[in-house]
Design a protein around this ligand. Sequence first.
Ligand code: NAD
Length: 304
Amino acid sequence: MDIRFDGRVAIVTGSGVGLGRSHALGLAARGAKVVINDLGVSTDGEGRNSAAALAVVDEIRAAGGEAIAHGADVSNEAEVADMVEQTMKEWGRVDILVNNAGILRDKTFAKMTMADFRKVVDVHLMGTACCTHAVWQIMRDQKYGRIVLTSSASGLYGNFGQSNYGAAKAAMMGLMNVLHLEGARDDIRVNTLAPTAATRMTENLMPPEALELLQPETITPGLLYLVSENAPSRTILGAGAGCYAVTKVYETEGVLIEGEGNTPEAVAAQFDQIAATGGQSELTDAFQQTRKYAKKAADARGMK
Ligand code: NAD
């Protein structure tokens, strides 16, 4: 079955350049009406310029598609509200939100100012929350929504010098987990993309041969699947150079240490077994963990 977006309205944040631009072009090429949101800032979040967003709108229209530009700062609630209002005025619905806008302010934690930490959290986490919150009720009323949050290997696995960015990108997983649970009954599906791509963000970090393989267009097919009619939900999809993989979080089976024996020394002594894989499971809501622990303790005491 072809994946199409005819009649669907999509907002793609930070889509003037890089990954966002590629996602927006991909959506438009398959029939979506697309809002090209971009503040037009430098990689570290300075300045403001509408030229890149307008150029993407021109490109989509020249190919026969429909697009409008909006220069909202994703972390500014009033500007985001205006963007969603303009979208509703123009097309009357919002089916897809791709939270992609982002910046970097890399420094070791020792040298990081709290202003730089806060700014990166503001754009990635608060920006994603603001845009998602602004379309949430619309999607609930429509009983349809597809939302992607953009994470990063830096957030999932860590990267030296990116405590601010890593923290903000790891937060995508937490936000996704809760939105998945709260959106499910209204067919709002929420997924996370963890891309690795050749863009201005990474052009100085990787050798030219790697950059050639990691073009944004090699990632966009994965994004299009994550926002399609038959999309999964609560999936973290890694993507780059045409490779796709899913990141999962598991909890080990664990160990019960009872009563008087429950001391820090006992935890230390049994830590290898506590951390041992083999009986691990994927928990799908917070209380599953509580129930698992309570059951282990109750079983050991012969309780029902
Ligand atoms: P990019 O710098 O090429 O593009 C980011 C875009 O976001 C720019 O057009 C910028 O103007 C816009 N933007 C920044 N702050 C904004 C704000 N407050 N409001 C609206 N727009 C804003 O970066 P990219 O490499 O295409 O990255 C896109 C997303 O993917 C980011 O969230 C990034 O963290 C993530 N990511 C990228 C890589 C990679 O390898 N390139 C890896 C992991 C994650």
